[in-house]
Write a protein that binds this ligand. Structure first.
Ligand code: SF4
Ligand code: SF4
Length: 335
């Protein structure tokens, strides 16, 4: 086994939901997973035994090099307001130091840097609206390179900031990345153009969705809590959003969509400002604007009209029902 790695976790401009999600890790749980990966959590705001001055000492030791930081995780966006000063968010226990400066200094003394959640990766929810906090991500400001660390940043292991986008992250996305780091097997080619691990972004949320049969026939729900596909009317972006949410169940059982809510593409930069209500599908001439990422519009329109013409009654009725109204026909003898 490789040498034990030290992991430091800080929170910045976010809601803490990514930490909460991480604590829901199962099989194994968070502490067992860290033990298996030979990773020591030296500090985390919610899980620390240390507090106050002791925590500041850990951070000072990390900055001075007395404490080696192998993995630095930052959760939440980096706040530059007001006017780029960062003084909206000062580092507690440090003399007049904005949090953004502390985060930058720690990133420069760490082997690997992980931006945990869409806030830390791209700005996320904190950057929504007028963005008075001037929130942005570690390396990206939305989909533009130019976050806190600049577009050319490489950590001491020679990798860019690893962006685990999602609002919140799936705990297993963190675990899988940590396992790769622990095994010294994570390389630049394992990351996509937004520096997200490919195990996350090589999948679409649409893959494995339990509503796929409805999607194929364009049998669409008209309202939340109906069973049909949520793309045509209820704003689902599962065909355009990176993530294996419907293959790797959350909390052992489901996803947003199995819970009855459309995918809002929270793993993608800028998801917080879609330009329309989350539960609406913007359309032009009745055709959804956001089509599957790799399908030409003309094909989609042709396939959709063919599929609609061929929709079995079972699907068209069930799509707008809250429960199964028509069961699949049995091949055996009807009673
Ligand atoms: S990405 Fe979402 S869940 Fe995570 S800290 Fe930001 S707002 Fe909270
Ligand atoms: S509800 Fe969304 S993810 Fe599910 S099949 Fe429809 S478009 Fe795909």
């Amino acid at each position: 086994m490789s040498e034990m790695k030290n992991m430091l976790w800080l929170q910045s401009g976010g809601c803490g939901g990514c930490s909460l999600s991480l604590m829901c890790a199962e099989s194994p749980n968070l502490y067992s997973a860290l033990e298996l990966a030979n990773i020591r959590l030296v500090s985390h705001p919610s899980l620390n035994q240390a507090s106050g001055r002791e925590t500041v000492k850990i951070l000072e030791d990390a900055l001075s090099g007395e404490l080696r930081i192998d993995i630095f995780c930052i959760e939440g966006s980096i706040m530059f307001g007001p006017h780029g000063s960062g003084r909206f968010h000062m580092a507690s226990g440090f003399d007049n130091k904005p949090m953004k400066d502390l985060i930058s200094e720690l990133a420069h003394v760490s082997d690997y840097v992980m931006a945990v959640g869409s806030c830390a990766a791209f700005g996320g929810i904190t950057a929504g609206g007028l963005n008075e906090a001037e929130a942005r991500g570690m390396v990206f400001d939305g989909d533009i390179r130019g976050g806190l660390l600049g577009k050319n940043f490489l950590s001491r292991a020679g990798l860019p900031v690893i962006n685990l986008s999602g609002c919140p992250i799936h705990p297993d996305w963190v675990m899988e990345t940590l396992y790769q780091i622990a095994a010294d097997s994570l390389s630049h080619s394992d990351l996509d153009s937004f520096y997200r691990p490919r195990f996350l972004s090589n999948r679409l949320v649409h893959h494995g969705c339990s509503r796929n049969e409805f999607y194929e026939f364009k049998a669409s729900a008209q309202n939340l809590c109906e069973q049909g596909c949520l793309m045509e009317n209820i704003g689902c972006k599962g065909t355009q959003a990176a993530g294996d949410c419907n293959i790797r169940p959350w909390n052992g059982s489901g996803s947003c969509i199995t819970g009855g809510y459309p995918c809002i593409a929270c793993t993608e930069p800028g998801f917080e400002e879609p330009g329309h209500a989350f539960l609406q599908t913007p359309k032009i001439a009745g055709i959804p604007v956001g089509l599957p990422t790799d399908m030409p519009k003309a094909w989609f329109v042709a396939l959709a009209s063919l599929a609609k013409a061929a929709t079995p009654k079972r699907l068209s009725v069930n799509a707008v029902s809250e429960q199964i109204t028509y069961a699949p026909k049995s091949k055996g003898k009807e009673e």
